[in-house]
Design a protein around this ligand. Sequence first.
Ligand code: H79
Length: 607
Amino acid sequence: MSHGYTVPTMHSIQQPRDARRVGITVALCIFWLKVAVPLGAQSNPTQEQVTDAERIEWFKHDKFGMFIHWGPYSYLAGEWKGKQIPVGTEAEWIMQRFNIPAAEYREMAHNLNPTQFRAEEWVNLAKSTGMKYLAITAKHHDGFAMYHSQVSKYNIVDWTPFKRDPVQELSEACRKNGIRFCVYYSHREDWDDPDGYGNNWDFDRSKKNFNRYLEEKSKPQLRELLSNYGPLGLVWFDRGMDTPEHARQFIEIVRQLQPRCLINGRVGSYGEDLMGDYQDMNDNGMPTGGLQEYWETPQTLNTTWGYSKFDQQWKTSGDVIHRMVEIIGKGGNYLLNIGPMADGTIPSPSVATLRRVGMWMQANSESIYGTSASPLPEQPWGRSTVKGDKVYLHVFSWPGDGSLPVPGLKNEVIAAHALTAPSRKLEISLVNGTSLIALPAKPLDDLDTVIVLQLDGPPKVDPPIVTQGSDAPFELDYLSAVTTGKATKRFNREGKFHIAKWTNTQDSITWHLLVSQVGEYQMRIRYSARQESKDAKFVITAGGQSVGGTVVPTGEGYQYKTFDLDTIKFSNAGRYVVQIKPAADYDHNLMYFQLLELAPVGPRMVE
Ligand code: H79
């Protein structure tokens, strides 16, 4: 292995930049488009047909996965020439944060030599934690391949003394142990490639030929990963893509080579339409609930993805279990990251935490796998998950009086028991519509004791009723809204929530209000809207009144603004229904709705 810096092989075989830009790029584009079976790819002769629902079935069942961030940045461990990545930010971004020249970073990468790496041990840790899928950074933004790539010598086999392929070893260990093997691939960002996104300190942004990067590195490497490591559970893309068209090309490659492989939403441009099979929340994003497309949230165990020797801000096992239940109880998947050290050792606090989570999972995983979002709201004592006619109550804080209140369930509760003590039936009483479960004196697990409720059918609850504080406005947000038609609760690129996809009069959003202050209310609406929505009309109905409005574009992306509307009057105290819908049928989204506020105006009476 040469330790002197050599021009990257991939680049060195290429002609001078100018020639490369014109001729070779075009030729290669055509080559890839026509041949499309590079580098030992197995084509998909049967062209197996898989429906979207079939493809995502395992993912919705399995819920919990292991994310692994591992690369040359792990060797730096958050430090470059005495400068530190501040704790709380991502150590795998070190090359970008300190504008490390690609040539120096490449030199450094020769040092990666994970002699302590044992694929079987990593996979066993995932398995014993109850994780069902495992996704490793095959290439992060720094451009270094953690597998044996033929596309670029800048990979762990050809570039380091290690000379082994960890992606290969992990894929085999996963298969042996029944874990779905998945890869993370940063398809847009590449700080090593002169034409990739992100490195503007070495490479002149205006001279970049992004298409060359896509055709000569990103797509060929993706094809390698899909061709050489057996069936993949999913490809986890990151940072989005510059255009939907480019994103579609990546989707097409995955579909063609592995029709069963899932694609996460970050393959796309974070635009209006979901691209790929499911949405990823923001990094470390916590859900507020109510989302209507399937989603996952990637999360760290401390505050970095790649290993940092400085970051000791570890989540506890309790944090992890509570987050997991919160996420799964709101309808998503939990992808929890470890950042192994450069030598292949997993930091011991991570291992200790995961072991405790694994103990809990061993006894309680019935309340996790195969469950779905719970219609029960958050409770002061914990959260819940649902499977068929069962509700799993996850009790994080044990009630002092030994009585667990479960308000709002419209079903009959037939029986109750702790998940780990099924033979001991718990008494159930009903007081003013609230079921009270008589608990044992002490929790059976300090972190989360699961109580199973057997119901007379799938759980049913009334739609939430929005109440008002004295003089405070009603806040009608996406979460308490009931949607019909195509109106969909989603999150945007910045992780902000809104309602989108409503185009015609059948697509409405509705709230139930309990009015206690009689009188006039000023309505204010908060939304973001694209130019296409200019002058679209909407109508708000409440208490027999009807108020119209016209959409005003708010600029590119998601710039939420608040607009005053007319007033409405609630003449009597009591229940009201408020609804918003498009006033006509459009061929575009009405608006990205966030909030309707009803603020009391003038003198009024409290009844
Ligand atoms: O792989 C992990 C992150 O590196 C990656 N996604 C997860 C799964 C990621 N890609 N982009 N981002 C995260 C957005 C990150 C922005 C930041 Fe920064 C990096 C904030 C702090 C460091 C950029 C550089 C903005 C400030 C400095």
